[in-house]
Ligand binder design. Structure first.
Ligand SMILES: C[S@@+](CC[C@H](N)C(=O)[O-])C[C@H]1O[C@@H](n2cnc3c(N)ncnc32)[C@H](O)[C@@H]1O
Length: 224
């Protein structure tokens, strides 16, 4: 296996995607999906400092900033994503966003207990197994006690779905998609067992995004 930790294919995939999209102009503070909007409201309540790891063009952080003034930080391995996130905040006149390009190591640059909330949306299951564990460990370290996590994961794929998507097995739960992106494919029960070590699971439910009919898994967590 090559490129496990430099994520060259991941960077190239997302850089191409993010270069091609326009800067998001917010016309509303709502995303338009009730479960996600409620989750963002829950995350920002009483929060002064929020981190989004895998923030992409800053849409979720931007929606938070549209609702509430706070200190927003975004990290993403895609330089194009970080450029767009910076522009998203500038062009929507949202003044409190700080964005850095990088991967898991960037999380070590912040002090323990320095965030009230952390967004991990469709990112930790696209990492290597080691990095996924590292991000969860760092999330616990970076949150204040009782701090909140909005976690979103891809849906579980059974053997038939893995085959249909052309997903290649690498090792254990780790797979590689035809796009070159990693996919950690775990059942909800397995994720819950892992998450319960460090977090209280406040909510766990499927979330569907219309019109594409994509279903993800949404978890609201509190640091123990
Ligand atoms: C599926 S997108 C999700 C974007 C956004 N969080 C959302 O929910 O719309 C995955 C994002 O994670 C970022 N990413 C992937 N691997 C990463 C890594 N090792 N470190 C930081 N960001 C990473 C990608 O560049 C991309 O922006």
């Amino acid at each position: 296996m090559t490129d496990t930790h430099d994520y060259e294919q991941t960077k190239s995939f997302w850089n191409t995607r993010f270069k091609a999209i326009p800067v998001h102009r917010f016309t509303s503070e709502r995303y338009g999906n009730k479960l996600l909007d409620d989750a963002l409201d829950w995350l920002i309540e009483n929060a002064d400092r929020i981190l989004d790891f895998g923030c992409a063009p800053g849409t979720l952080l931007g929606l938070c900033a549209m609702r509430k003034k706070a200190d927003y930080h975004g990290i993403d391995i895609s330089s194009a994503g970080i450029k767009k996130a910076t522009l998203t905040f500038q062009e929507n006149k949202l003044e409190t966003g700080t964005f850095s390009c990088g991967g898991v190591k960037r999380l070590h640059e912040y002090k323990a207990g320095s965030f009230d909330g952390i967004i991990l949306s469709n990112v930790i299951d696209n990492l290597t197994l080691t990095d996924c564990a590292e991000v969860l460990k760092a999330t616990k370290r970076l949150l204040k006690p009782g701090g909140k996590v909005l976690l979103k994961l891809n849906d579980y794929r059974d053997a038939h779905a893995l085959k249909a998507y052309g997903t290649k097995s690498i090792a254990g739960d780790l797979h590689e998609e035809t796009s070159g992106l990693y996919l950690i494919n775990r059942t909800t029960a397995t994720w819950e067992t892992i998450l319960k070590n460090d977090f209280e699971i406040v909510k766990a439910e499927p979330i569907t995004f219309e019109p594409h009919g994509i279903t993800n898994r949404l978890f609201l967590l509190k640091r123990r």
